[in-house]
Design a protein around this ligand. Structure first.
Ligand SMILES: Cc1ncc(C[n+]2csc(CCOP(=O)(O)OP(=O)(O)O)c2C)c(N)n1
Ligand SMILES: [Mg+2]
Length: 318
């Protein structure tokens, strides 16, 4: 969580400084606990994790190298997308990290398809696949079709719904009429859970349970975490439409600060250790950026314009 926060703070300042980052910057501030609790409990090499634009923390926890993020944002030819895809559209399908197509539901059927193909080839084993989604994304056709298919096929799919109260500027009460998004799980015969998405321990527990249910053959599991996006939709957006009453409510509390308070209270870390953690994250981010800055951009005259799946990253899922 700390590494993701420090990295994203740095990406935000590079974006504001101008010139270094082409395209948007979309951050996960306030969503790190929910994201990390999932990414940490999946295992790279066995499971699949389709994180979205607010899942920097979960991706690092899953094992995506920090360089993948800096190289994609800064357009290095040595990055996983060879400097040709912007910001968050990166992945390593062979390692269980499908590249994000869209934030709005398309990854549910991608992960379901990856699980189906492994099953048909007899190599699914006890792997699970996780697909992140936002509150807004749960109203798209892609989400409903993907979830329905996964439920019918009883796929070991975890759907992590980060309900950050807004889809860009549209609040929950203009998005859906059900009492809680978890009701959508019931409608498809899927097991669903609600959790305080700012509470790291609660998130770890609920994802542990959901992942073990999926591994044990109980079909898709939907976890809805409530939290607040502690920033704009992207760094271009000042989020002025979010009222102060919400920002200053329980929803608006910072999950990283809460996790640090929890670690201190329980004696799991000291103030000095937490400061050292921030410092080592800072160094890691600085190293990744310094290395990326020395790397070449893609050369359009020499570039092979074939797709990701034909490069060294050839997808074992095909
Ligand atoms: C078809 C389509 N419409 C609109 C967008 C722009 N867009 C990207 S994310 C987003 C809001 C998504 O809200 P939510 O699912 O709640 O996720 P959050 O951004 O809150 O994490 C919008 C409108 C898009 N990418 N694709
Ligand atoms: Mg949202």
């Amino acid at each position: 969580m700390t590494a993701a926060r420090v990295l994203e703070e740095k990406l935000a300042s590079l974006y504001r400084a101008g010139g270094r980052i082409v395209g948007g910057v979309y951050l996960g501030k306030g969503q790190e606990a929910f994201s990390v609790a999932l990414g940490l409990q999946l295992s790279k090499g066995r499971d699949i994790f389709a994180g979205l634009i607010r899942d920097q923390a979960g991706k690092l926890a899953f094992g995506e190298p920090m360089l993948d993020a800096t190289r994609t944002y800064l357009g290095s030819a040595l990055g996983p997308m060879r400097g040709r895809d912007g910001n968050i559209h990166r992945g390593r399908p062979k390692e269980g990290l499908p590249a994000m197509i869209s934030h709005l539901g398309s990854m549910v059927s991608v992960v379901a398809g990856m699980l189906m193909s492994r099953r048909l080839q007899g190599r699914l084993g006890d792997a699970v696949g996780a697909s992140a989604i936002g509150d807004g994304g749960t109203s798209t056709g892609a989400f409903h079709e993907g979830l329905n298919l996964a439920a019918v096929e009883k796929l070991p799919l975890i759907i992590a719904v980060a309900n950050n109260q807004y889809a860009y500027s549209t609040p929950n009460n203009r998005q859906f009429a059900c009492a809680n998004l978890v009701d959508r799980a019931k409608g498809y015969g899927v097991e669903g859970y609600e959790v305080d998405g700012k509470d790291l321990l609660a998130c770890l527990q609920v994802f542990q349970h959901a992942i073990s249910r999926a591994r044990a053959g109980h079909g898709p599991q939907m976890v809805v975490g409530s939290l607040l996006r502690l920033g704009g939709h992207g760094e271009h957006d000042d989020a002025s439409y979010i009222p102060d009453t919400i920002k200053h409510s329980e929803h608006g509390r910072d999950c990283l600060q809460l996790a640090e308070e929890c670690a201190l209270e329980r004696g799991w870390a000291t103030v000095t250790e937490l400061a050292a953690l921030r410092e080592s994250s800072q160094k890691e981010v600085d190293r990744a950026l310094a290395q990326t800055s020395r790397e070449p951009s893609p050369d359009p005259y020499k570039e092979s314009w074939r797709a990701l799946a034909t490069s060294a990253l050839v997808d074992e899922e095909k």
